[in-house]
Design a protein around this ligand. Structure first.
Ligand SMILES: [Zn+2]
Length: 334
């Protein structure tokens, strides 16, 4: 069963690992080490910050690395901040969405299993030991290799309006260019559902994509984390935007509540997205093409939007497979 020597109940700055037994072909008694930081000062709210749930999404690990290596000291806070910059450590080490050790998708592994795969054991530790301690979880995702997003905060729709509104306040504090209110198609296996079942709040993000991080997306993440910690009363200072100038312009809220928002590839090919992210598109409008560069008889295949709204996510790489998501269009909330 996973365990840690990090004293989560003690004040101060503590760094260590979750040790996850991982008996492998190459090593009978090895442990997978998942980095864990606790910064605590007295009583107060507790925030759990997660990066690297998927190993090819980089804003989370980068911003959290800054936060724990000099960015946040116990005297700066009231309460507790628990940080896991590389939640699915084997996936982060491989720069891959899924764990190369067991094929595990961390955000489809909740609530986890103490006797399961390595991915399931890490999820189980988060479920049993970390979520119960905290009031708010911030789960930092990006588009990874296969998707590309306008940097946004995700507000998962909760069972009660009051709970959803509490998360909306956290999203406003995160202050990303876009907020997306979402009903997740795979919610049952995601950390979102476990956090809701423990009556805590979760704010997720999608901060960029194509397996890259930019100066702007990292600045948005850094600014957003401090905004949430301030809104929770953990840090006193309201953060001031210090990133590139142009990136803090219009704020917008979109709703994504069903599969009609998604356009999928019907065939394998090269995807050309013919609009920039942020464009308003109409239902049925052509938004891109699939190209079949290896076939002399195939002209480009038009790809259309399934609903009207703002194009806020596209395929993150040119070559796509049949069934891949090509575009996500959100309804504008007024
Ligand atoms: Zn992700």
């Amino acid at each position: 069963m996973p365990s840690t020597s990090v004293p989560l109940d003690r004040d101060g700055f503590h760094a260590g690992y979750i040790n996850v037994p991982a008996s492998m072909n190459h090593s009978a008694w090895s442990n997978q080490r998942v980095p864990l930081f606790s910064i605590k000062n007295g009583e107060g709210p507790c925030c759990l910050l997660l990066g690297g749930s998927h190993g090819d999404e980089y804003e989370g690990p980068i911003a959290l690395s800054h936060l724990v290596h000099g960015g946040l000291q116990p005297e700066d806070i009231q309460g507790q901040v628990i940080v896991l910059p590389a939640l699915n450590t084997p996936a982060v080490q491989a720069g891959a969405r899924l764990s190369p050790l067991d094929g595990g998708n961390m955000n489809r592994a909740f609530p986890g299993n103490p006797r399961g795969t390595i991915t399931e054991r890490i999820a189980d530790f988060v479920t049993r030991e970390l979520i119960p301690r905290c009031d708010v979880v911030v789960d930092l995702h990006s588009g990874g290799r296969s998707l590309n997003f306008i940097p946004c905060a995700f507000v998962p729709v909760q069972k009660t309006d009051a709970a959803t509104q509490e998360i909306m306040k956290l999203a406003n504090a995160f202050d990303a260019p876009l907020t997306v209110i979402i009903r997740e198609p795979s919610a049952a296996e995601m950390i979102d559902t476990e956090v809701e079942q423990q009556d805590k709040r979760i704010l997720a993000t999608e901060l960029g994509g194509s397996a890259l991080a930019s100066a702007t997306t990292v600045a948005i993440t850094h600014h957003g984390l401090r905004g949430v910690l301030h809104a929770m009363g953990i840090i006193a200072e309201n953060p001031v935007w210090t990133g590139p100038e142009a990136s803090q312009s219009d704020r917008q809220t979109l709703l994504v509540d069903g599969l009609q928002h998604y356009t999928y590839a019907d065939e394998t090919g090269i995807y050309e997205c013919s609009h920039e992210l942020g464009a308003y598109v109409e239902k049925g409008q052509q938004i891109g093409y699939l190209h079949f560069a290896d076939r002399v008889e195939r002209p480009p295949l038009p790809v259309t939007a399934n609903t009207s709204g703002v194009l806020f996510c596209t395929a993150g790489q040119g070559l796509v497979q049949r069934g891949d998501a090509l575009a996500v269009v959100g309804h504008v909330e007024t």
